[in-house]
Each structure stands twice: as structure tokens, then as C-alpha cells.
Design a protein around this ligand. Sequence first.
Ligand SMILES: [Fe+2]
Length: 231
Amino acid sequence: MPAMTTTPEHSPLELHRLLANMIRTGRVEHVRVGASGNPAACRVRTGDLLTTWVPWFAQAAGGSAQTRHWRTPALGEPCLLLAPGGDLAQAVALPGIYSSDMPQGATDEDVERHDFSATDFWQHRRSAGTLVFDISQAITLNVGSSQLHITPGSTTLTTPQFTVESPQSSFTGNVRIGGGLSVIGAGSSGGTSRIQGNFQIEGASLTHNGINISGTHTHPDAHGGTTGGPQ
Ligand SMILES: [Fe+2]
């Protein structure tokens, strides 16, 4: 029977070290956002060890033509280190573990929520069927050349054509129309336009069925001529 040899890489101590390193917990200590050909990476503090630059698990990394997700781990964010063969240089960091100093953003089983910062989040409430986006400065939706831009002070919809399909629309404040106004007058409104309050018309022409009723119109007079204009 050949004598059993114990090489350093097979020593029980070494095997124990490799096993212990296969899965470790730690906290992200440095983040490198990376560049083309130089992927993003982080260094993780685990026990007395600080790892080399290792990638973090990103949910999706399908390249430029498919789904990929970008979110840098926070400094200090707890993570798992998964090291194939116990080699920490080959490890992958799996951030996203709640801790007492970095807790979850809700304590309600009825909601799914994503916090972006101390002020910005979206939240879905399952039982109510509601979804809320709460964003402090601006939301921009772009579809080709169309854009919906929402800020605390104003909302702008920029699009080649805007249609409101509704039997009833209301504007509770002043309305300014930069172009012409065409009232078709069909549908449930009965086709009658009504204006309450003072009404001022400025411009050269005002007609009714083709007849001049503006400030320059005249009437036939009793002598076969025409009157002067209105005063
Ligand atoms: Fe008149």
C-alpha cells in the first residue's frame, strides 16, 4: 500500500480554508463603474479580508442588444461573496441583503416597492390595485419625437397630434389657444357653444353665415343708401 502523501494544497487546513471561502458575507467597500472593455466591479470587505475587484450580480447582463440592468451597489451594502472553488479572486458579489443600518423601504406585505433615494420611489399596493410613482424633480417619457415631461411646476406634452377621446372634458382654469379654434358642434353637447361672462373679439373680420357683423358693418337706410357703422 503506497504511503499517503499530503501536499500543501490538499492539507485539511487548506481544504477548510477553501470551503470557508466558497460562500462568505461582507460589505461593499469600493465600487468601480467601469468602461468599455473594463466591466464594473467592486471590492468587498469580508472579515479581515478585502477582495480584489470582483463583479457584482446585476440581475441582467445580456449586452447592448438585450436586457441589462445597471445599479451600483451602495458603499457599505451587505452582500454574499460566491467564490468558485473557494478562490476569492474569482468571486462574484451578490448585494442586496437588508441590515439594521440599511433596512428595507417598507414594512407592509401588501406592497411591492422600489426606492431610488430618500425621496423617490415607486410602490404597488396589491390589495388596492394601485401603482404610485413619487419622483421629486421630473419624469420624462420619450417615444420617438413625442415627449411627456412632468415637473413640480409644469407638465408639457410634445407630440405631432394630441387627441382626447372623452364625452366630457373640463379645464378648471384659464385656457390660452395659440392656434385657431374649430368647434364642430356635434355629439352629446347639442352643438351649441355658450360663453358666460365678458367676451372681447379683436381682429378685422367677424361674420355670420358670410355677412359682416363686425365693427365696420352697415345697414341699408330708408333712403336706399347705407347707414354708418356701429358706435
Ligand atoms: Fe348692426
